[in-house]
Ligand binder design. Structure first.
Ligand code: 1GP
Length: 254
C-alpha cells in the first residue's frame, strides 16, 4: 500500500502533490517524452499518471518503460478500460465511475480486470471517479456514456463522494475530463472536501498556475495536468513552484 499510504499521509497533513498525466496517444516521440520526464524530476513532480479514456496505438508499453528507466517517480496507471493494465507500472487507480449510471464502468470492467490484478504486483488503489462539469463533449463522458455532475450542483457531488467513501473507496478523483474547456469549480471542490476524509485528486482542463492553485486551495490534495503541459512545458515549472510554496507554508517535513 505504498502509494495509498503516501497519498493518505500527505492528505492528512494538508500536504499537496502534483501529478503529470501522460496520455500515451499524445506523446509525439521519445525525445519529447524524455524532456518531460527530466523536467518533472528536476522540478519535484510527485507522480506520473499514465492513461486516458482511449488509447489507439501501442505506445503504452514504451512510454511506461521509458518512465521507469529515466526516473524513480511512482508510475500510476489511470486506465480507461481493462485493456490499459500494464505490469511495469507501480500502481493502478482502480476506478469506479461513481458519478455515472453505466454499470459497465461502475463494476463491469473491474470484474474483468480483477483476476489479472490479483496476480500482478501492481498496487491497486480503490478510487471513486467522478466526472464533474459541463464537459458533455469530453472523451471521458462520451466513451463512458455517462453525464457528468454539473458544476453548479455541489450537493450532488458531495453526496456522491460521501457514498463512495461509505462504500470503502480510498481515494476520490474529481475530473472535468481531459481537455475540458473549464476546470472544476473551486466551490464544488470545497464542498466535496468538507464532506469526506479520503484524499482528493482533481484534474481536467487546468491550463494555468492560477487554476491549479485555486483547486489546491479549495481542497484538492493532488492536482493533475495533462493537456496544459503538453502545450506549454512552463506550466509544469509554474505548478511545481506553487505546490512547493503551499507545502512550504505548512512547514512539514516528511
Ligand atoms: C484528465 O484529469 C486529467 O483525465 C487531466 O486533464 O488533460 O485537461 O489536464 P487535462
Amino acid at each position: 500500500q505504498l502509494m495509498l499510504d503516501l497519498l493518505s499521509g500527505r492528505s492528512k497533513h494538508g500536504r499537496k502533490s502534483f501529478a503529470v498525466l501522460i496520455d500515451p496517444d499524445k506523446v509525439a516521440d521519445e525525445a519529447s517524452l524524455l524532456k518531460l520526464i527530466h523536467l518533472s524530476v528536476q522540478h519535484g513532480v510527485d507522480f506520473f499518471f499514465v492513461g486516458g479514456s482511449l488509447i489507439t496505438d501501442d505506445s503504452l508499453d514504451w512510454v511506461i518503460s521509458l518512465l521507469r528507466e529515466e526516473s524513480t517517480l511512482p508510475v500510476v496507471l489511470f486506465p480507461g478500460s481493462n485493456l490499459h493494465i500494464h505490469q511495469q507500472a507501480h500502481a493502478i487507480l482502480f476506478l469506479s465511475l461513481i458519478s455515472g449510471r453505466n454499470p459497465e464502468f461502475l463494476i463491469g470492467q473491474q470484474v474483468v480486470a480483477a483476476p489479472i490484478l490479483k496476480k500482478s504486483k501492481l498496487e491497486v488503489i480503490p478510487t471513486g471517479y467522478m466526472l464533474v462539469g459541463s464537459g458533455l463533449q469530453t472523451t471521458a463522458a462520451y466513451i463512458s456514456n455517462t453525464l457528468p455532475i454539473p458544476n453548479d450542483k455541489p450537493s450532488i457531488a458531495a453526496c456522491t463522494a460521501m457514498a463512495g467513501e461509505m462504500l470503502g473507496l480510498r481515494v476520490l478523483y474529481m475530473d472535468a475530463g481531459s481537455g475540458a474547456l473549464e476546470p472544476i469549480s473551486p466551490r464544488v471542490i470545497g464542498v466535496v472536501r468538507r464532506s469526506v476524509e479520503v484524499p482528493l485528486i482533481v484534474g481536467g482542463g487546468i491550463r494555468s498556475g492560477n487554476a491549479a492553485k485555486q483547486a489546491l486551495q479549495a481542497g484538492a490534495d493532488v492536482v493533475v495536468i495533462g493537456n496544459g503541459i503538453e502545450k506549454n512545458l512552463n506550466l509544469l515549472i509554474e505548478v511545481s513552484g506553487i505546490v512547493k510554496e503551499l507545502n512550504g507554508a505548512l512547514n512539514i517535513h516528511e
